[in-house]
Design a protein around this ligand. Structure first.
Ligand SMILES: NC(=O)c1ccc[n+]([C@@H]2O[C@H](COP(=O)([O-])OP(=O)(O)OC[C@H]3O[C@@H](n4cnc5c(N)ncnc54)[C@H](O)[C@@H]3O)[C@@H](O)[C@H]2O)c1
Length: 217
């Protein structure tokens, strides 16, 4: 018997959005092991999240589970990939090919999650005109010209903090609609522009804190 869980039409909460890729990875792992169905209880055991939370999270995506057997794995993977936008490639530019920017260009994992960096910009003459991982590096001055050719609407910001705002303004003026900001600077943008701030160090602080708690025990 199929359970027709009504699709939850509320705005999806950010924590749910951040958990969905875990369910996707887990479903892919189960598929590799030859499983055809997966239940929220099974996912729960693997990734240590409450089964009812998983069922609630999955109510935001258009998928119905079956009693006892759970979700059809192929369908679950397809629905999650579509929902998360991992199936259609989002083209992006990266600004600032330094130690962090260069590492992101070398990361082939981004394209598995739907982000394709099609070009990068820097001002360092040693970098301009070269490629990293097949991605061409242009001079920052050529950004407007390239924008007209590449159909990009996402910008990855990995420039020095002092010029984070200036480069963001330049990106937006050129037509960029979403900025993945790795600088610690809280950039100001018009209301219609999406900003995602990301810091590796924030997670590090959590790890140190938890580690200290374990050592104390
Ligand atoms: N979010 C995180 O977890 C995290 C981790 C590391 C670094 N960062 C931040 O990322 C940024 C870059 O750090 P990094 O260590 O790679 O620095 P870096 O100095 O190695 O790289 C900065 C790059 O920006 C380039 N640049 C300078 N002016 C430019 C311009 N006008 N247009 C385009 N490129 C320009 C430089 O030539 C250089 O290649 C910093 O703001 C840093 O604080 C964040």
């Amino acid at each position: 018997m199929a359970i027709h869980t009504r699709k939850n039409t509320e705005k999806i909460p950010e924590p749910t959005l951040r958990r969905l890729p875990w369910y996707l990875s887990n479903a892919k792992l189960m598929r590799e092991k030859g499983e055809k169905y997966v239940s929220s209880t099974q996912i729960s055991k693997q990734i240590n999240i409450d089964a009812s939370q998983i069922a609630k999270d999955l109510s935001y995506v258009d998928i119905a589970g079956r009693t006892r057997v759970g979700y059809d794995i192929d369908l679950l993977i397809q629905v999650l990939e579509d929902f998360l936008g991992f199936t259609n490639m989002h083209k992006a530019y990266l600004f600032g090919v330094g130690s962090l920017g260069g590492a992101l260009l070398r990361d082939s994992g981004l394209s598995h999650f739907g982000l394709q960096i099609v070009g990068a910009f820097d001002v360092n003459p040693d970098l301009v005109g070269t490629k990293i991982n097949g991605i061409p590096i242009y001079h920052s001055d050529d950004f407007e010209k390239r924008m007209k050719l590449d159909g990009v609407n996402i910008g990855v910001l990995t420039v020095p903090i002092a010029i984070a705002q200036e480069i963001s303004d330049k990106m937006i003026a050129g037509g960029i609609k979403a900025i993945w900001n790795f600088t610690p600077f809280r950039i100001r943008v018009p209301e219609n522009i999406v900003v995602q701030n990301t810091s590796l160090y924030a997670h590090l602080a959590v790890m140190f804190n938890r580690l200290n708690e374990t050592i104390k025990k």
